[in-house]
Every structure is written in C-alpha cells, then in structure tokens.
Design a protein around this ligand. Structure first.
Ligand code: GDP
Length: 365
C-alpha cells in the first residue's frame, strides 16, 4: 500500500511496518474445548460417582432437541440402566396453592435428615423455563435446595406431555444411577399430567386442602382412583378441626371405590407443611405401603407393567417420528390433505395410501 504520509515532507507522520499479529483464534483452543467435551464413559463414571454437575449436564442432554445430544443421552442412559431401579418413586400432586412446594421442602428435609438422597423432578408440560417454570423452581424449596443430598430439577421445557414424561423417566434412570434413593415427581393437579406421573411412580400422593367447603367437589374421579394416600395440608391454627372433618369426608368417599389392585386401602392423613406436624406419619404410611406391596408382589408387578408400557410408548414414538419424517410422506401429505378436504378421497384411504407408501419404501431400502 502506498502511504503518501511516508513522503519525506511528512517525516513526523511516518507509518511503521506493522507487527504481525498472532491469529485471533488460539490454535490450542480447539484442542482444549475438545478435551473438555465429555465422552460417554466420562458421563457414566461421573454419574455413578454421584457427581451432581455431571448428572445435571447429562439431564441437559436428555432435554436437548439436538439429534446428536439425544444420541449421546441414549448411550448414557443405556449404560446407567443396570444401576437404576433401586429408589422409591413418589408422585406428588395437588392444585396450585395446595402447598406442594412447602410440603416437598418439609418432606424432603425429613428424608435428608434421615440420611436419604432425594431427587425432586417435575412434570409440567405447560411450562417454559425461560418464562419461569411453575414447578421444580429451586427458590420454591428454599431449605431443601441448599442440601447437598437433594437434587432439584425443573420440569423439562414445554412440549407434548408424552415428550416431557419420557424425558422425566430417563432422568429418573440417571438419578437412580447417581445414588438417589428417593425420587419425587411433582405435578400440578390439572390436565392429564397426573396420569403420566402415576405411570412412573410406586406411590401416588394427593395433597388436598380442607377449606373448600365441599372437598370432594372438583376432584376428578380418576385421581381418587389413582391415589395411594391423601394428605390434607394446612392442618394448623384454627384450621385443624376443618382438616379433620375433611379427612373424614375423604375416608368415606374412598370406601365407595373398589379396593385397588395393590390390595392397599388408601389412607387419609392431616399435616402442616408449614408447622412441620404430621410429616413423620406420612412417611410411615409410605414405608408401610412399600413394605406391603413388596410383600404381596404388587410392587414388582407394577414396575414390570410400567417398563412394558415404556417399550410400547417408545415404539409409538419412533414409528410416529419415522413416518412423518419420511421424505415421501412429507412431500405427499399436503396433497393428500387437500384431496381429503375436497372429498376426492376418504380420510381412511388417504391414510392407507400414505402408510403403504411408507412401508413399501422402507421394505425396499
Ligand atoms: P403450591 O402452589 O402447591 O406449590 O403451594 P405453595 O407451597 O406455594 O403454598 C401456597 C401457599 O400456602 C403459600 O402461601 C404457603 O405459605 C401456604 N402454605 C403452604 N403450606 C402451609 C401450611 O402447612 N399451613 C399454612 N397455614 N399455610 C401453608
């Protein structure tokens, strides 16, 4: 480049030849970041050692929508499976305001003080983490979140209930492999999420309040049938008598249902998550249930049923994905939709043709 200022007449403005700069990207950086990337066995080893940071990173892989992360997650889960299954899994549900966070904090501290390791997970398909998840938020369980033997994880971000539930099930496997002996799965008492939680736990706990006048109104029959224990919170101050009365109503109502397959008659207890009263009794009930169902074989039978259910669910999920992602199906689907709307072809025939196309192409590949 010609620099006129280098002309003798501009002596004082002389531009010196620059110094060659080293490249802005550190050539070692790639190597370093590469080294930092954990291998599958690093993950598995870390999890089995109970390393919470590694566990959290693995759960992030489970939650990721990137194909590469999902593949890694599946490999980690696969290797952790032999070490999983040894915890007691408890589903906890109740309407917003029933006192779930307060109670989980109290129940959790009760367990941690006894030397247990507790993981608190949540299923809340309506939440988006960026907007602040309703469930699993650490600030809601203040005391517990400071305990080193407690792992609190918010619900996987918004998605279909099936997707969120699958991710939670996979997270259970990793938590169990990391040595957590008790797993709580929390859900709000609205929508279909209780059914999803019920399908992955050993004990299903329903938190209720006494001050709604007619307690039984508004409780879905399905939830009453799923529950193994009903606990009435806020039995403190002038609310104790009302809580006891409500407990009586629930006991009567439960008598109207047939005995569940477990052979266990659900119990109704009162407690206060705030005053920390009645909590030992709740834990005694759960221990009693576990011992009872282990003795009569129901505990293992239910777990087997859940495992089988998970396999069928996975089949549905994989079939669904491979079908809709098939290039021919993707291409033809809008046309077929159009034909169906124009009454040129019946919905059934359209579906059959697309599926035939899919299976035919798959057979040829
Ligand atoms: P969640 O929405 O089900 O998680 O309910 P929270 O745990 O956030 O509790 C809802 C409200 O009820 C809060 O204002 C709590 O302070 C209050 N609360 C929770 N447990 C008790 C209890 O045992 N007694 C009383 N009096 N209030 C409680």
């Amino acid at each position: 480049m010609i620099h006129p200022e280098n002309d003798r007449q501009f002596k004082s403005l002389k531009v010196n030849k620059g110094v060659t700069m080293s490249p802005s990207v550190n050539p070692y950086l790639k190597k370093i970041t590469h080294q930092k990337k954990k291998s599958i066995s690093d993950f598995v080893e870390g999890i089995l050692q109970g390393n919470i940071t590694v566990l959290s990173r693995a759960v992030t892989l489970i939650e990721s929508s990137k194909k590469e992360h999902q593949q890694q997650a599946q490999q980690i889960i696969e290797q952790c499976l032999p070490y999983a299954g040894k915890s007691v899994r408890i589903g906890i549900t109740g309407v917003p305001g029933a006192g779930k966070s307060t109670s989980i904090d109290a129940f959790g501290m009760h367990l941690v003080k006894q030397g247990h390791k507790l993981a608190v997970l949540a299923i809340d398909p309506s939440s988006e983490r960026s907007k602040g998840s309703i469930l699993g938020d650490k600030t809601r369980m203040e005391t517990l979140s400071r305990e080193k033997n407690a792992f609190i994880r918010p619900s996987p971000t918004a998605g279909s209930l099936g997707g969120v539930a699958r991710k939670t099930r996979e997270t259970i496997v990793l938590c169990e492999a990391a040595g957590f002996d008790t797993i709580f799965i929390e859900t709000v008492g609205v929508g279909q999420s209780e059914t999803a939680v019920h399908s992955m736990v050993d004990f299903f706990l329903l938190i209720q309040l006494a001050n709604t006048g007619d307690e039984l109104q508004g409780i879905k029959r399905g939830i009453m049938e799923m529950t193994d224990g009903i606990v009435i919170n806020k039995a403190d101050g002038d609310n104790i008598a009302r809580a006891n009365l409500a407990a009586g109503h629930f006991r009567n109502a439960l008598h109207l249902f047939p005995l569940p397959d477990s052979g266990w008659t659900p119990k109704v207890l009162t407690y206060s998550g705030r005053e920390l009263t009645g909590i030992t009794e709740i834990w005694n009930m759960i221990d009693e249930y576990i011992a009872f169902t282990k003795a009569n074989g129901y505990f293992d039978a239910k777990r087997n049923e859940q495992t089988k259910h998970r396999m069928y669910e996975s089949i549905h999920h994989i079939l669904h994905q491979t079908f809709y992602q098939h290039p021919d199906v993707e291409r033809l689907l809008p046309q077929m939709e159009e034909c169906v709307l124009n009454n040129e072809i019946s919905p059934f025939t359209a579906a059959k043709q697309l599926i035939d196309l899919f299976t035919h192409n798959n057979n040829n590949t």
